[in-house]
Write a protein that binds this ligand. Structure first.
Ligand code: MNH
Length: 430
């Protein structure tokens, strides 16, 4: 694929620069449990500045007005960063890593969109309940006995949920202390690709994964129909919609998405509930009203849509701790942003999401966890450019409703069933 390559930042004069400076350290973040060092860069050098902290020089923006312009789909499109380009040997032209204009993106988007719609999501509710039950039986066995590692266990849950709903695979992660074999192989291959490229070790891992996927695909073809997303990819209006190489790329993409995003959102939400007892009490009241008094109540798909306040808690968690820290936009034609910064066609600008989520338009005390910020009255008056945890436009997260349904249901069930005790006085880490 020589016709596509990552876009690079423009060369502009008189722009603030964090290059060559060390990232802010823990001492400078004291008292701010959520902010990351790069969020402080936004405060120090924003609204537009150069930085090279991850090994690549990029032009970052974080103000509402600049981000609003970058989200204009008529002027900008998704850019594949140099880092994302390194994931290509694994995920190829899958939805997440496809270049703007690559033909398989539109094709796969059209095939998969119904699978991620509200109607499509109903099909995965059972798979989500199934994996919930595995976590619950593991945690029940520990009640009053020993601690659970929330972060590790919710990573297992996220992984197994995306595997079962996405392609009908059972990783059985809860039977393993660390990662199960396939997730382990996948993680090693991903790390190897990003750090060393297409080495022999990487290729061996990828071959193993491909063989595993090919068996799954063959099994699905033989079965004909079923409820997971792989069936959506195999049977589109009666005929195969995507070729096998592209289907593998999409499966790999689901693994990336399931591993690295929802698995952060859920433990962060648990942290926020434990640290805000009044919020937890209100969530529990709401959940009890919908689920009733039976601890073993199995929520219906529609029950989850009734938990509006918990959704606010999740949104506020995504504001303070967005799992995806940046996304990149590429100019489609020569343009000017902020009235004075010229960006040429094909040049890239990076949105710094955590800093965007702390802009003054959010009100006073942006570092405080306050789910009322997502009260419908408050969101109605706020620019959509201020909240971008799922990216923007045509290339925004296709799995958004999947992730929100999964997270809302899981947290609701935990709150309904358990008293959560922070026995180790956990401190968020980065
Ligand atoms: Mn998801 C794209 C965030 C869960 C599948 N996702 C994106 C982007 C962000 C993002 C940001 C855009 C990146 C960019 O512009 O370069 N995703 C999230 C977050 C969560 C999440 C914060 C959970 C919380 N995503 C999921 C889940 C799935 C998924 C779960 C699948 C099961 N996401 C995708 C896919 C894309 C994407 C596929 C690429 C969409 C496209 O470009 O067409």
């Amino acid at each position: 694929m020589t016709e596509f390559a990552p876009s690079l930042p423009p060369t502009l004069d008189d722009i603030a620069s964090a290059e060559g400076h060390a990232l802010p350290d823990r001492a400078e973040l004291a008292g701010r449990p959520y902010a990351l060092p790069i969020d402080l860069l936004g405060e120090r050098y924003g609204p537009i500045f150069y930085a090279d902290f991850n090994g690549f020089r990029k032009l970052y923006v974080c103000s509402m007005d600049l981000v609003d312009e970058l989200c204009d789909e008529a002027r900008f499109a998704k850019n594949i960063t140099q880092t994302l380009d390194r994931v290509r040997p694994l995920a190829g032209d899958g939805l997440f890593t496809a270049y703007h204009g690559e033909p398989n993106w539109q094709k796969a988007h059209d095939v998969l969109l119904p699978g991620f719609s509200y109607a499509g999501l109903r099909n995965y509710h059972e798979a989500m309940l199934d994996i919930n039950a595995e976590l619950i039986s593991r945690w029940d066995a520990r009640v009053g006995q020993s601690r659970v590692n929330v972060s590790d266990d919710l990573q297992k849950l996220a992984m197994d949920t995306v595997a079962l709903a996405g392609f009908g695979a059972r990783f059985a992660s809860f039977d393993h202390d660390g990662l199960a074999p396939i997730p382990q192989c996948f993680m090693s291959a991903l790390t190897e690709a990003v750090t060393h490229g297409e080495t022999a070790e990487f290729i061996a891992g990828r071959t193993l994964l491909h063989n595993y996927f090919d068996e799954l695909i063959a099994g699905h073809r033989a079965a004909g129909t079923g409820a997971d997303l792989l069936y959506v990819m195999l049977d589109h209006d009666g005929g195969p919609a995507l070729d096998t190489a592209n289907i593998r790329n999409q499966i790999m993409t689901f693994l990336i998405a399931g591993q690295l995003t929802t698995s952060e959102l859920m433990p962060n939400t648990v942290y926020n509930l434990i640290h805000h007892p009044a919020v937890l009490a209100r969530v529990r009241r709401d959940v009890d009203a919908v689920f009733g008094t039976d601890d073993d109540y199995l929520p219906s798909y529609d029950d989850i849509g009734k938990l509006g306040y918990l959704r606010q808690v999740i949104s506020e968690t995504l504001r303070l701790s967005p799992p995806v820290l940046t996304f990149d936009r590429m100019a489609l034609a020569d343009t000017v942003i902020g009235g004075k910064y010229p960006i040429k066609a094909g040049e890239a600008v990076t949105v710094l999401v955590g800093a965007l989520h702390r802009q003054p338009q959010w009100g006073d005390n942006v570092e405080l966890f306050d789910p009322d910020r997502f009260d419908p009255d408050q969101t109605a008056g706020r620019s959509p450019a201020l909240f971008k945890p799922f990216g923007t436009g045509a290339r925004s997260c296709i799995g958004r409703q999947f992730a929100l349904h999964e997270a809302t249901m899981l947290i609701a069930r935990l709150v309904h069933r358990y008293h959560l005790v922070d026995s180790q006085h956990y401190v968020l880490q980065w």
